[in-house]
Write a protein that binds this ligand. Sequence first.
Ligand code: NDP
Ligand code: 8X3
Length: 252
Amino acid sequence: MSKIALITGATAGIGEACAHVFAREGYSLILTGRRLDRLEKLAGQLNNKYNIEVAVSSFDVRNREQVIENLESLPTKWKKVNILVNNAGLSQGLEPIQKGGYDDWETMIDTNIKGLLYVSRVVSNWMIDNGYGHIINLGSIAGKEVYANGNVYCATKHAVDALNKGMRIDLLPHGIKVSAIHPGAVETEFSEVRFKGDKERAKKVYEGFEPLSAADVAETIWFIASRPAHVNINDMVLMPTAQATAGNIFRK
Ligand code: NDP
Ligand code: 8X3
């Protein structure tokens, strides 16, 4: 079997774009997300186009039992994972702290921090057994800076930044690489999810400037994944040219 990449949140946006790039590069893929119909459709497309093996596993990263059961029940050959792209994540709401939605906070913390931890716990043990592996975490510019009303989302991505550093230290003796990429604005379903299906409001986020595309991020993740064995990119911030900081976008 060829090298294997496991991509969480492959049903949309950056995860889906990563699936295309790693398929193009000849990887076998494990694709995860909650929307099984999208996973199956994507698996069929990639299998037809690139003649690669694709396994799909549908679970909610917030549910620890589901994560463990679904991943551990994969056939042994699929546990030889070379690359884990810890991508599943989301933002919910954009409110000042005193008005934040309790459920929104729980969803972001459970998905972006605890979900990433559950998946990493399972897959890092496979990698230790295999004696190789590379974990690439999706942080965000929101994990490097804080912007108005971004409070809890920013906190979850700051947590990813810290976990990325911690994992790298803990997995160092096992020869496992750990990297993070921190993008600025990327036009995906992210803002539609943040604004709970309000497409008009979501569209406005990307008006007047050229944001990153999901493909821009996926190609950079491939760059990180394809460095020689003795080279690791610890941390990378990737911004649209029109965006200087999280809160500073030049719009025409
Ligand atoms: P999308 O909304 O387009 O994709 C998010 C993906 O995460 C989907 O595949 C979704 O799958 C999955 N996901 C969300 N919640 C869960 C869950 N509970 N269980 C399993 N999968 C889940 O957004 P992006 O592609 O933009 O976001 C991908 C990552 O990149 C996120 O971590 C985000 O924080 C980060 N990021 C995004 C930026 C942006 O501007 N877009 C910038 C910086 C970082 P499903 O709904 O099918 O479960
Ligand atoms: C997504 C980018 O700036 O909306 O992580 O937080 S931002």
